[in-house]
Structures are given as structure tokens and as C-alpha cells.
Design a protein. Structure first.
Length: 481
């Protein structure tokens, strides 16, 4: 449930001169059609400078005759500071005459249940709230306060992950009814706007900690260093995003046509593509068509790396009948006589046993599951934040006898971090709402006695926890093809 408060709309005095931020928002709306035909808009407002500036601007700008609301998610973290954030947004809405919606959730608990990192669990919860408020409150647009600075940072993050051309577009200005009116502005400009208009904002201290999340490292350390050598790097990265966006605007319809022409059969859980049609495509076009096909069948491209797409492309062009490539999430692409089918993988195939020693330091790989885990010794961090589901920090002592990366065994049990007793791995996956095929494909890191220490991508075991009195930890990093 969320709380809703209706406030009488106040008239914000027009300035003699148009504010530069208003101008940037108007440019973005005109260029991308963000508010065309819109009657109402709900803005995700944390209390930070970007979202506060966006809410204030949308209420203040005379050309938008919109019903404006703010939706605030209380993450159940940061105690009294988070309570003060929510109260600040409520009072700001009252001053501006914007409707106010709020919801409180326990993101730490949701991250534990889902196996997601805290950052991703929070992101999902925010969008769930915004979608629900939009539906129940009859708002036809959802606005997030992503700025051009966020877009530049996301471009670099996507590059480091090895993203394809779609990822190089970074944050899109619009995705359905979700719009980003600040996409042409910078974080500096939203801060200046708040100062000009006397808007005191809330500061989330976790955004100022470089070890809290990868984006913080990029924002607080990497980008300033790049800017020292290449002034104007932020604008340069935005130009890259815009150039890629222009290319996608005319090339994506061509890819959709190519996929449509190659499709032999399509239903809810299976797509069959003509090998003859695919063979006519250039490598770059083939890669994009295959990614598009996987996205349509699976619903997303999570953990589908470029390496996996290249392997699939080789099966299309050089493979033999029956050759297949396993895809994350319990899917496969299998070559037939004249087609390649993207479909759910049979359970027995994903359950095939695999095992590989994992030296410290060193790497182990399970070929059928397409997963690799790297182990290394690292200094014990001052704070354990669990920001990445594919990274685990383990007590050095439990690895002394040796580690193994392997498939799980039927009926196997382990002690999840924070629990007093053990739980069947099968029951753990049910609680995490993991799809059946994914349960059987998810590997574990165990000691040589067979005891599970990490369910890869989900949970560390309690015996493997970092105690806090050691100077080093074993850092495990997983990568799925």
C-alpha cells in the first residue's frame, strides 16, 4: 500500500527570464516527444537535487498544463535519515501543490529473498511504485530524474560490461510512458537550479561512498580523473549516446525486418529462424538479429554476453545439426536441419553434472553452464555492501583446504547466510522464486569436503561469512557467457 496526499496547486511566479534548466527540459521534450499529448505525470522523487529540480521545474514551467505528482519510495534503510527524506518530499509537494504518494518497503529483505543486489532490488521497487501510481492515479507519463551525467556514466559502465550497440545508447530519453526530461542537462545544472530557487535538498550519504557501488567509483574517482586529462568528457560521452541513438533510429527497423523475414515459427516460448536467411546476413547484422530474437523470446537480455552471441553466430554459420548453445535462465539455441530454434532447455540437459577445481588465486569454468568463477585474495573491506550479485567475499580460512566449482546435487543442503540451521537447496530456490531450469543450471562453490560455500549469484553460506577479524578475504567473481 502507498500513501496519497492531494495538495492544492500553487502558482509559481514567472521569472522575467526563462530559466536555463526550463529551456533544456523544453528542448528534450520537443526533440523526443516526451510530453506530447500528456495530461498527467508522476515524478520519482528521492529528495536529491536531480529529482527535486525536475519536480519544481515541471510545476513551474508555463507551457506544460499537467497534473503533477511525486512518488517517493522509503527503502527501509538509513533509519531516521530516510524518514526525514520522506517528510521533506511531502512538505515540498505541499508547497508546490503537487500530489504526494509514498510507500515503505524493506529493500534489504527483498534483495535477500530475490537474490538481487540491493541496488537492483531498490531500482525494481521504485519502478513498481511508479507504475502502480501511474495506473491507479491515471497518469499517462512517468518521469525519472536521470540526467545527461547519468547517461554518460551509464555509457561507460555498459562499455566496461562489453555491451552491444543498444547498450551504447545508454539511458534512452523515452521508453514507453517512462520519460527523462533532464536527459539534456548535467548534474551541475540541476544543482545550480536548486541553488537559484532556494531549494534545499536531501543528501544520501551512500552516494558519496566510493565503495558502496560501481557507479559511485566511476562518479567519484574515474570520471574526475578522466576530466583532468580530457575536459568536457561528459559532453563528449553524451554526443556518443546521441550518435548511437540516431543510428538505432534507422537501423533497428531494418533489423526488425530481417528478423521477421528469417522467422519460420513463433509462439509464446519458442522462435525458429531460417538458417538460409540468417546466412545471408553480415556478421554485425546477424549478431543484432540474434540478440533481438533472444530478447523477444526471453523478454530480456540479462547475462547474454557478446561472447555467447558470437558462439551462437558460429553455430548458425558453421555448426552441425544438433549443435546447441545454452543461454542464461534455462534457455537454449539449437540448430536443426534448416532452422535454429530458441526455446526452453530440457531440464535433464541443464542438470548434467559438472565440476572443476577452483584454485586461489585462479579460475574455474563449467562449459555446459557457460559460467566462470575467478578466485583471488583481497584486503578485507571496511564495509560489506553486497552491491553485485556475481561477487562474493569469503572467509579466507574456509578456502584453505581447496575450492571446487560444481553443479549442485539432488537433495543437497546448505546454511544460508544469516540462518541458524540448514535448508534444502531446492527449498531455498523455491523461496527465491528461481525458475526450475535456472535452479538446475546454477552452480555452487564448495570446499573439497562437499560443503556449499556460495550458491553463485544467490547467497553465501553462513560458515563462509567474513568474520571481521581477518586482514584478507577470498573474493569470488562469477561471469556468465
Amino acid at each position: 500500500m502507498f500513501w496519497h496526499e492531494q495538495h492544492e496547486r500553487m502558482t509559481v511566479a514567472n521569472m522575467a527570464e526563462r530559466d536555463v534548466l526550463h529551456e533544456k527540459i523544453a528542448q528534450a521534450c520537443a526533440r523526443y516527444g516526451l510530453l506530447e499529448g500528456a495530461r498527467g505525470i508522476v515524478v520519482g522523487v528521492s529528495g536529491g537535487q536531480d529529482s527535486v529540480a525536475l519536480l519544481h521545474a515541471l510545476v513551474s514551467m508555463g507551457e506544460f498544463d499537467l497534473r503533477v505528482a511525486a512518488a517517493h519510495l522509503h527503502h527501509g534503510m538509513r533509519g531516521e535519515e530516510a524518514d526525514a527524506d520522506q517528510q521533506y518530499v511531502r512538505e515540498l509537494c505541499a508547497r508546490l501543490g503537487a500530489e504526494f504518494y509514498a510507500e515503505r518497503r524493506d529493500i534489504y529483505a527483498e534483495a535477500e529473498r530475490s537474490g538481487l543486489n540491493v541496488e537492483e532490488a531498490g531500482r525494481r521497487a521504485r519502478y513498481e511504485l511508479l507504475e502502480r501510481v501511474a495506473a491507479e492515479g491515471d497518469f499517462d507519463r512517468i518521469a525519472t530524474a536521470h540526467t545527461g551525467t547519468d547517461r554518460a556514466e551509464t555509457l561507460l559502465l555498459n562499455m566496461f560490461r562489453g555491451a552491444g550497440v543498444e547498450g551504447l545508447r545508454s539511458i534512452p530519453p523515452r521508453r514507453g510512458k517512462i520519460v527523462r526530461p533532464l536527459i539534456l542537462t548535467t548534474r551541475q545544472e540541476t544543482g545550480d537550479y536548486c541553488e537559484r530557487h532556494g531549494l534545499e535538498v536531501r543528501i544520501d550519504r551512500t552516494n558519496l561512498e566510493a565503495d558502496h557501488a560501481r557507479r559511485n567509483v566511476l562518479r567519484l574517482t574515474v570520471m574526475p580523473q578522466i576530466a583532468e586529462v580530457f575536459p568536457g568528457v561528459e559532453r563528449a560521452l553524451l554526443r556518443v549516446c546521441e550518435a548511437i541513438e540516431e543510428e538505432l533510429a534507422w537501423t533497428r527497423p531494418l533489423m526488425e525486418d530481417a528478423l521477421r523475414e528469417a522467422t519460420l515459427q513463433r509462439d509464446e516460448e519458442r522462435m525458429a529462424l531460417s538458417l538460409a536467411r540468417l546466412a545471408e546476413l553480415s556478421p554485425g547484422k546477424l549478431h543484432r538479429v540474434l540478440r533481438m530474437a533472444i530478447e523477444q523470446v526471453r523478454g530480456d537480455l540479462r547475462d547474454v554476453s557478446r561472447e555467447r552471441i558470437e558462439r551462437l553466430a558460429r553455430v548458425v554459420t558453421e555448426g552441425e545439426t544438433g549443435k546447441q548453445v545454452m543461454l542464461p535462465g534455462g534457455w537454449r539455441a539449437r540448430r536443426g536441419y534448416n532452422e535454429i530454434a530458441i526455446e526452453p532447455a530440457p531440464v535433464e540437459e541443464t542438470f548434467e553434472k559438472e565440476s572443476s577445481p577452483l584454485p586461489v588465486p585462479g579460475t574455474a569454468r563449467l562449459e555446459r553452464r557457460g559460467v566462470e568463477v575467478r578466485a583471488e585474495l583481497a584486503p578485507a573491506p571496511a564495509q560489506l555492501n553486497g552491491a553485485d550479485r556475481l561477487v562474493a567475499l569469503m572467509n579466507e580460512a574456509v578456502a584453505e583446504g581447496g575450492l571446487v566449482l560444481r553443479s549442485s546435487w539432488p537433495g543437497e543442503r546448505f546454511q544460508p547466510l544469516g540462518m541458524a540451521g540448514t535448508k534444502k537447496l531446492q527449498d531455498f530456490f523455491v523461496d527465491e522464486k528461481a525458475p526450475p531450469a535456472e535452479r538446475r543450471r546454477t552452480p555452487v562453490v564448495a570446499d573439497t569436503a562437499g560443503r556449499i560455500l556460495w550458491v553463485v549469484g544467490y547467497r553465501l553460506s553462513h560458515p563462509a561469512r567474513v568474520s571481521g577479524d581477518g586482514k584478507r578475504v577470498v573474493k569470488l567473481t562469477a561471469r556468465f557467457d
